[in-house]
Design a protein around this ligand. Sequence first.
Ligand code: ZN
Length: 377
Amino acid sequence: MYQATPRTGTGLASITLGGRSMPLMDQARIYACGITPYDVTHLGHAATFVWVDTLTRVLRTLGVEPVLCRNVTDVDDVLVRAAKREGLRYDDFAAFGEFRFEGEMAALNVRAPDYEPRAHRYVRPVIRLAAALVESGAAYVRDGSVYFRGGPAVEAAGTGRDEALRLAAQFGDRPGDPAKDAPLDAAVWQAGEPGYPAWDSPWGPGRPGWHAECAAMALSVFGPAVDIHAGGADLKFPHHTLHAAMAEALTGVRPCARAWLHVGTVTIGGAKMAKSAGNLVLAEDLLAVQPAAVIRLMILARPWASSWDYTPALLTEAANRLEALHRASGLPHTRPSAVAEIRRLLGTDLDVPAALDVATDAGGDAARLLTSTLGLT
Ligand code: ZN
């Protein structure tokens, strides 16, 4: 049976994320926004999930048991349209995508989550969330849809109005929808439309909104709050802002996440990776030419919040660093303080670059601890 072992000698177990120290007890609840399984896994997705996996491994090394929930957004308008183009049912299409994703995650040495809720199984919780938000006045019903009043949350997030409108449109929140009281209100429940899956609800047939799906899954699995909410930096707004606002409006528990792990974006030649731009670097292509440990180290050898530009030279650099770390693992241990130093650095905003320097320099136990904690074996 698992036993939490405080390692600091003071009894304190804690991790710093985003500069904020977070004391922990025996478990840490982590909700990671997972994939919408309609597309290939590119390096940007891989980076997010390798960092989430590393966070769980670091927590374990610090004597705290992570409980990870990584959802699958298998009810999604973009996914439905992609399935239609392929001539497939949306749920069959999603199942294929999910299967491929799981294979790639396993190949990248990313451990399976403890909970993997799929949105299509959480329609009833979304209906209950919508009903409660209507009841409290945080949302309203129009033409079979339920809209959450997004204004206060958007204002609190500090995203300028123009930028908020641009992102809302980009992520499918339909700011131009005339049924809404205000452009930045977001659908908790979307009225049925031809060509999209629909479930019965008190407001007629329809489907859940994206932010509400994640809020319902996180609330169902963990209750009102989690320790860490993780996802790609591009999910910060509107997705995480509105997920948090809906959950907090339902429960009254604020904040619904003690800390956020928004993993930096990966670019190519300064541009965001996108299928339409034809600049995707696929996880499976990298795995065909390099071991998972090299890809993981390339992703991890930087601050997690930083955006970075991929070049093949970074893979070579990571391969060299990995070789040096493995060589150091075979050396006698030279610095008794190095193991504690590595624990401290990893617990301080997951400072992998500094921990790598210490481990490669000190060798022995320190290098072996870092190798296993980062999943580089
Ligand atoms: Zn989410």
